[in-house]
Write a protein that binds this ligand. Structure first.
Ligand code: ATP
Length: 365
């Protein structure tokens, strides 16, 4: 069966944003290109100040790009003020009306748009059901929990049936357990409504759990766009490997290269095989990354050797810190804990590290 072509909901083309002038000038976005597909849960992930909120605000129309254009379903949206864009935003602060009931908070926007009462009532019922808040419809929003306020804010933003919903760190005010629950809930809402979600977070675990695709940002640039698996298993650059999950970095030089694999001589003298990320310059020094869960300790026969320097227990797994021989630095191996296997090595023991097939990767710096 032929696949249905994926359509883009939003296309950001060569967008830059500069705030201020002269010495106060801040370049918040640098020539950013990204296409977000219809019906996609898309996440902008990066550290504080990298430009995530700025990009969201440009899509919402709260601010204008210094350069470049933003298309919605192929149309340039620059002339449209925020309330004319089929885009809605959920803010971190929720911004609910505390003196109004749950139902009134949801109906308010629809009434402002002049929708007929019968349509508004039907839509409020539908939204209350969607966010599972039917029982609390007449409760004041000042008298409901943080998680419930979050649901009302979502229902209110979804009520006018936007084509795109922008979510700016909407879960960051919730405690850990509730945040985990709401992550699943948000994913369900996106799936059930089919609305494109653009979600902003600095929490890599949240991004990996929820997203169809992630754009990793740093200092106004998008460094990599891909599925959670792409980003985690095949980071394109050092920043992405470092920001997402935990990683061991080994420095070395390429001795021999055949297609997308290479034999790398590490600074400790050890030689390992590694796959080469696209666009890597094989001359000079390179960085090799290995995830801690893709390596295991053995008494001998591994590619690296060293001495066990620390054992850190995390419940589901244990981190084994190894001081590599030849001044190669520290390497962490993550061992999954089972009832029977807790490992026999003790601090100070000489150990060998076995790196799983395909686990070592040469990166662009
Ligand atoms: P956070 O996670 O902390 O919200 P962010 O990734 O969303 O960070 P932005 O809020 O987009 O980052 O900010 C990007 C850069 O632009 C920062 O250096 C910020 O200080 C600057 N900036 C944002 N808005 C303005 C403004 N109105 N005037 C001047 N500088 C601004």
């Amino acid at each position: 069966m032929p696949e249905t072509p994926e359509r883009n909901a939003i296309e950001v083309k060569g967008v830059s944003k500069v705030f201020g002038f002269g010495p106060d000038k801040v370049v918040a976005l640098k020539n950013v290109d990204v296409s977000i597909r219809e019906n996609e849960f898309f996440t902008l992930l990066g550290p504080s100040g990298c430009g995530k909120t700025t990009l969201l605000r440009l899509i919402a129309g709260f601010d204008f790009p210094t350069d470049g254009e933003i298309l919605l379903h192929g149309q340039d949206i620059a002339p449209l003020p925020p309330h004319k864009r089929p885009v809605n935003t959920v803010f971190q602060s929720y911004a609910l009306f505390p003196h109004l009931t749950v139902a009134k908070n949801i109906s308010f926007g629809l009434e402002m748009l002049g929708r007929p009462k019968s349509e508004v009532d039907a839509r409020v019922d539908e939204m209350l059901k969607l966010v599972r808040m039917e029982e609390l419809r007449n409760r004041s929003t000042a008298a409901i929990s943080g998680g419930q306020q979050q649901r009302v804010a979502l229902a209110r933003a979804l009520a006018p049936q936007p084509k795109v919903l922008l979510l700016d760190e909407p879960l960051s005010a919730l405690d850990y357990k509730l945040r985990k629950e709401m992550q699943i809930e948000l994913k369900r809402l996106q799936h059930e409504t089919g609305i494109t979600f653009i979600f902003v977070t600095h929490d890599q675990e949240e991004a990996l759990t929820m997203s169809d695709r992630i754009a990793v940002m740093s200092a106004g640039n998008i460094l990599q766009i891909g599925s959670p698996e792409d980003i985690y298993d095949r980071p394109a650059v050092r920043f992405v490997a470092d920001f997402i999950g935990e990683t061991n970095f080994l420095e070395g030089t390429i001795e021999e290269r055949a297609g997308d694999t290479a034999r790398v001589k590490l600074s400790s003298g050890a030689v390992i095989d590694a796959s080469v990320a696209e666009g890597v310059d094989p001359s000079g020094s390179v960085t090799v990354v290995v995830r801690p869960e893709h390596a295991a300790l053995a008494s001998e026969g591994g590619q690296l050797s060293g001495r066990l320097s620390n054992i850190v227990y995390f419940g589901t797994d244990t981190h084994l810190h190894v001081d590599l021989d030849g001044g190669g630095g520290e390497f962490i191996v993550r061992r999954q804990n089972t009832r029977t296997d807790r490992g026999a090595a003790a601090i100070g023991d000489p150990v060998s590290i076995v790196i799983g097939a395909g686990a070592a990767q040469v990166l662009k710096d």
